[in-house]
Structures are given as structure tokens and as C-alpha cells.
Design a protein. Structure first.
Length: 492
């Protein structure tokens, strides 16, 4: 049955579609190919998540070679959730690209854009689905290389500098990761993640394994942009095309957080990662610094895309804080925030693209009176901002409340207090935009500014509406995130 091959089809469909966009480059064919490929991947990821919830872990052997000798795709609740995030965001953003590219001068190279976009999607989903450590690195590089291209397509010349900076730092991170994987292979003689973890338990953890842990940790923290290894992120999100900013902000760092979770808990194991090597306190300290530093810097930004980029640095801090708690509740809160923050930041960056489509600016001074000129777009931004703050009845509230509960479960009341304080900082930078859009008079000559096209508003409101829906109907994301945490910690 075809359902047996869903894990392979999840990767094969967008991978084959990418070169087809180059070969069949006339008119709207590349757009159609990307639309079919992304939505096919999303449907498959939904079906895979359903299978995991009903039947448990899915193991798929490629080429008929049994693991650990062959390459295995292994899907549990954790990576099923990540597959859903990546494919879901990817499928929503594609319809948005058709009009947004016209303004940002990418329409002449649309086939190249869609090819790179599909390769990035393939790489990110491949990282999540593979059970082979070296294949994880290969897919990570596929996604990274295509990300550099996508960012460089920005209309501002600084996009090239941002892409180059990301390339340099991303390559350093990838080098650290592949060195760590090589050291693990030297220590265990295997590349299969499950097999490596079993051999480490039998053979013990020598200095080679400790070195592998250090290399992989630093490389992954650079990829996920944890403070102070976040320097590539603000420029990359600010100067990339609007649709690329939305896609990468909602997916790339989330996949990198998943990689950290997979190595810490599945391969090395929680005992080695957080007891033998006391990684918890340093990660917690960096996470708290990121929460406050990212938010403080965001408050003083005049470019709203840059403000949202620094906000992402703070939100990554929340996710790493959950990891540092080393509990089912803490890890579950991290997985839940992966999902919720993808909806939040994806919706906000798409709203920014709608605004840029009409006023050709991201500067806060040019937002005066937009609440009257673009009511639907600004309403989407406000809802996304409320979710970012963590207001009740939004998805952001649910995940932040789970972080508070996880901290209190460890009797870390001061961490819970810091969590709530850092959330209040988001009120300041979100309010700056609201004040400008709703309480400032529009400048003379702005009468020509009208609402964004429906083709841009629909994808924006899909993600913004999902923030409200999953802020009220919480059973599915809470159930899956708890299943994922138990699978990672080995408590099920």
C-alpha cells in the first residue's frame, strides 16, 4: 500500500519537484509545481502524525537495507510534530509568494525561487525524519545552502551581506556538527541514532564522546541562534524577501531546536547530557539572558522586521529554557512552543509582507494611520502580537503557561517570575506598532494606501486564525507535545 511509503514520499515529492521548477520554467508552471508539492507534503505529514498517535513509532528502511546498516527514517511524536510544522508553514506560504514576489522583483527568477524553496523544505523535513546522524547533517546542509540563496534574493543590497554572514556562521556550525558526528562514529562504529545510543550505553562515555557532545552542542546552538550565537539571525530575517522571512522564521530555528533535543535526549541520553555533564545550568543561564536581551533590543528597533527578528531570539530562549529543566513538562513546553511560535512568527512576518506590498517600507514611522487604511492586515498583526505577548485565548498563552508550570514543578519560582517579566517586555514593542498604526494620524498623500490583496491576506489570516484556534482548542498540540517529551526522555 502507498501508505507504507509515506515517509519516503514526504521527502521524495518536494525533492523531485525542485528541479522540475527549473526545467518547466514557463509562466506559472513552477508555482503550480510548488503548490502541489508543498500541500502533498503537508497532507502526508498529517497522516504520519495520525499513524504515530494510533500505532506508535514508525520505522521505514530505505532500499531494503535493515537498520543500522541501511538508512532508516524513524518517526515518533517529536519529529512528527516538526514535520507538521515545516510542511504546514511551507504549504501556507507558497500561495502568498505569487503576489509578494512581484513587488520584490523576484518574478523574473520565479523558477529559481521555487526550486530553492522546495530544496529548503526538503532539507528541513529530511532533518526531522531521518534516523541516521550523517543524513541529518546532509539534509541540514541542503536546507542551509538553499536558505542562503533565498535570503540573497531580497531587493535590498544588504540581503547579499546578510546571506554571506549567514553562510559563514552557518558553515562554522555545520563543521562543528559534522566533526561531532565523526567522533561519534569513531566511538561507536555506527551512524544510526538509535544504534549509537544503545552502543554508548554498552561501551560507556569516554573522552571522544565528550568531545563529540561539545562539538555538536556548539554547532547546533549556532544553527538555532541562541544568544550569543545569534548574530546571523537579525540581518537574515530583516533583508530576506517577505515570504522567505516568514518561512525561515517559522521553521529553520525550530528544526535546529529539534536537532538539539534529538542529540541530547535520544543519542547521548538525559543522564549523560545533564548529570554526567552539567549542561542544564549553563543552558538555563543563556536562555534567560536571551529572553531579556532579545526583548530589550527589540524595543529600540525602528525596522519592524528587525524587531520581530530580535523577538525570535527571545523566543528561542524560552525553548532552550524548557530543555534545561530536563523534565517531561519542560520538554513538552518546548515542543509545544515550537508549534505555537511557528504560527505566531509566520503570521506576523506575512502581515509585514502585506504592509510592505502597499507602503514599500518596514520603518515604524511609516505605519502611522495604517489601522484605518489596512484594517484587516493590522488586525492580523495585533492578534499575532497578542499571541506573542501571551494573552489568554491565544496559542502563545498556552505554551508560556506550560513553561511557568514546568518551572514551578521544579520549585524554580524565580524562573517562573522571570518568564512572566520577559513576556511583559513584548507588550512594549508590540504596543509601539499598535500606537503608531491606530493613534497617529496618517501622513498627507496616504489616501492611496488600501488593504492588501486577498491572495496575501488569506495565508496571513490562516496562520493568525490558527493562533486563536489553538489558543482555545488545546487538546491536540498539548497531547502531541507530551507524547513527544515522553518519547525523547524515554518515559513511555
Amino acid at each position: 500500500m502507498i501508505t507504507e511509503h509515506f515517509p519516503a514520499l514526504q521527502i521524495v515529492i518536494p525533492l523531485i519537484a525542485a528541479p522540475l521548477c527549473i526545467l518547466l520554467r514557463w509562466r506559472n508552471v513552477p508555482f503550480g509545481i510548488a503548490l502541489v508539492a508543498t500541500w502533498s507534503a503537508f497532507i502526508i505529514s498529517c497522516l504520519l502524525l495520525g499513524q504515530v498517535m494510533d500505532q506508535g513509532i514508525i520505522s521505514y528502511e530505505l532500499g531494503g537495507w535493515a537498520a543500522p546498516w541501511g538508512i532508516e527514517y524513524r518517526i515518533d511524536a517529536a519529529n512528527a510534530m516538526v514535520l507538521l510544522i515545516v510542511s504546514g508553514i511551507g504549504s501556507v506560504v507558497v500561495p502568498y509568494t505569487r503576489n509578494s514576489m512581484l513587488l520584490e522583483y523576484i518574478h523574473e527568477r520565479h523558477y529559481m525561487f521555487y526550486s530553492a524553496y522546495l530544496l529548503c523544505l526538503t532539507g528541513l523535513m529530511g532533518v526531522a525524519i531521518t534516523g541516521d546522524a550523517f543524513n541529518l547533517f546532509v539534509f541540514l546542509e541542503i536546507s542551509s545552502l538553499s536558505s542562503y540563496v533565498l535570503i540573497s534574493l531580497g531587493f535590498d543590497r544588504r540581503a547579499l551581506t546578510a546571506a554571506y554572514q549567514y553562510l559563514v556562521l552557518g558553515t562554522i556550525g555545520a563543521t562543528f556538527i559534522v566533526i561531532g558526528i565523526g567522533l561519534l562514529y569513531h566511538a561507536t562504529g555506527s551512524l544510526n541514532m538509535l544504534d549509537i545510543s544503545q552502543r554508548l550505553e554498552i561501551n560507556g562515555y569516554d573522552r571522544t564522546v565528550v568531545a563529540a557532545f561539545a562539538f555538536i552542542t556548539v554547532g547546533t546552538l549556532l544553527k538555532l541562534a541562541l544568544f550569543p550565537l545569534h548574530l546571523w539571525l537579525p540581518d537574515a530575517y530583516t533583508y530576506a524577501p517577505s515570504s522567505v522571512s516568514a518561512f525561515l522564521a517559522a521553521t529553520a530555528t525550530k528544526v535546529a531546536v529539534y536537532v538539539l533535543l534529538r542529540f541530547f535526549f535520544t543519542i547521548f541520553g538525559a543522564e549523560f547530557s545533564f548529570e554526567t555533564l552539567p549542561s542544564g545550568p549553563p543552558l538555563m543561564a543563556l536562555a534567560i539572558i536571551a529572553m531579556f536581551t532579545g526583548s530589550f533590543v527589540a524595543i529600540f528597533q525602528e525596522n519592524i522586521k528587525r524587531m520581530l527578528a530580535y523577538s525570535s531570539v527571545a523566543q528561542i530562549g524560552y525553548m532552550i529554557l524548557g530543555v534545561s529543566l530536563v523534565t517531561v513538562n519542560g520538554v513538552a513546553a518546548t515542543v509545544l512552543h515550537l508549534f505555537n511560535h511557528a504560527l505566531i512568527k509566520g503570521g506576523l512576518f506575512l502581515a509585514m509582507g502585506c504592509i510592505y506590498f502597499r507602503i514599500s517600507s518596514h520603518h515604524i514611522d511609516n505605519f502611522a494611520g495604517l489601522g484605518r487604511r489596512m484594517p484587516l492586515t493590522m488586525a492580523a498583526f495585533v492578534v499575532g502580537g497578542l499571541s506573542l505577548i501571551g494573552v489568554p485565548l491565544t496559542a502563545g498563552f498556552i505554551s508560556k503557561w506550560q513553561f511557568v508550570l514546568a518551572a514551578l514543578d521544579r520549585d524554580l519560582w524565580w524562573v517562573a517570575a522571570l518568564l512572566m517579566m520577559s513576556s511583559l517586555l513584548a507588550v512594549v514593542y508590540v504596543w509601539r506598532v499598535v500606537e503608531q498604526a491606530y493613534f497617529r494620524s496618517p501622513p498627507a498623500g496616504s489616501e492611496a494606501v488600501t488593504e492588501a490583496p486577498t491572495s496575501l491576506l488569506i495565508p496571513t489570516w490562516v496562520l493568525v486564525g490558527a493562533n486563536i484556534y489553538f489558543g482555545i482548542e488545546t487538546e491536540l498540540p498539548l497531547t502531541v507535545s507530551r507524547m513527544a517529551a515522553r518519547a525523547l526522555l524515554g518515559t513511555q
